[in-house]
Design a binder for this molecule. Structure first.
Ligand SMILES: N[C@@H](CCC(=O)N[C@@H](CS)C(=O)NCC(=O)O)C(=O)O
Length: 217
């Protein structure tokens, strides 16, 4: 086995495969994409220049959810990240899409806007992103069951996606007291050892968070 993950500890999408790797204690090399050489190497493999990206020998696997599924198929461990049952698998994949499209995406819009100079800020984009997060939080509030994970009783791909999405979303659009089930779920996910590990690995980079990271987590 020679797995190499191109990633950065503070990058939200990189948490998804990292959590899956840690869940199964799968050995891999971490290729930190930080300096010009790292970015050039990433670009040579994937001109879109987004990470995570996994190399398995000469094979390249791109997109966080695909990497998690690739790992499950080629390097299975005790924790299966997509349930074997067809209906449960679709629920896991659907919730993964939900967290990426309707929590991660608006969260990233808010983070990106904070990085802009005032003249380039996008008030409409920010308002739309906040509205989407409100709707997503509200929908999720009605879906979650106390003590369960986001797609059922087993921790899976959907929770690997939920962890970074809700972690950072709460920083830029706080859940407050309005969504107690989502807040409780966020707490459960962050307490999971694989997730606590990625949160800790990202801790040294918090100073990079635009306009400062909040004093929490
Ligand atoms: N759909 C992609 C999204 C990947 C993505 O947006 N990654 C961010 C880090 S969280 C990135 O590469 N940002 C670098 C950039 O945009 O320059 C996935 O799921 O892997």
């Amino acid at each position: 086995m020679s797995l190499t993950l191109y990633a950065h500890p503070f990058a939200a999408y990189c948490w998804k495969p990292l959590i899956a790797l840690y869940e199964n204690a799968t050995p891999f090399s971490y290729r930190l994409v930080e300096d010009a050489a790292g970015w050039a190497e990433l670009e040579s493999l994937w001109p879109i220049k987004k990470f995570p990206l996994l190399r398995d020998g000469d094979a390249t696997v791109i997109e966080s959810s695909i990497i998690v599924e690739y790992l499950m198929r080629h390097y299975p461990g005790t924790m299966r990240m997509i349930p074997p049952d067809d209906a449960a698998a679709l629920t896991a994949r659907f919730m993964d899409r939900f967290f990426d499209n309707y929590v991660m995406t608006p969260m990233q819009t808010l983070v990106s806007d904070r990085m802009r100079v005032q003249a380039e800020r996008d008030a409409k984009g920010v308002a739309d992103a906040r509205k989407m997060l409100e709707i997503a939080y509200g929908w999720l509030e009605g879906q979650l069951t106390p003590q369960a994970w986001s797609a059922g009783s087993t921790f899976c791909l959907a929770d690997c996606s939920a962890a970074p999405a809700l972690f950072y979303a709460d920083w830029v659009h706080p859940l407050g007291a309005r969504f107690p089930a989502v807040s409780a779920y966020r707490g459960r996910v962050l307490a999971r050892p694989s997730v606590a590990r990625v949160v800790d690995e990202a801790r040294p980079y918090r100073k990079l968070f635009p306009q400062g990271a909040p004093d929490q987590d």
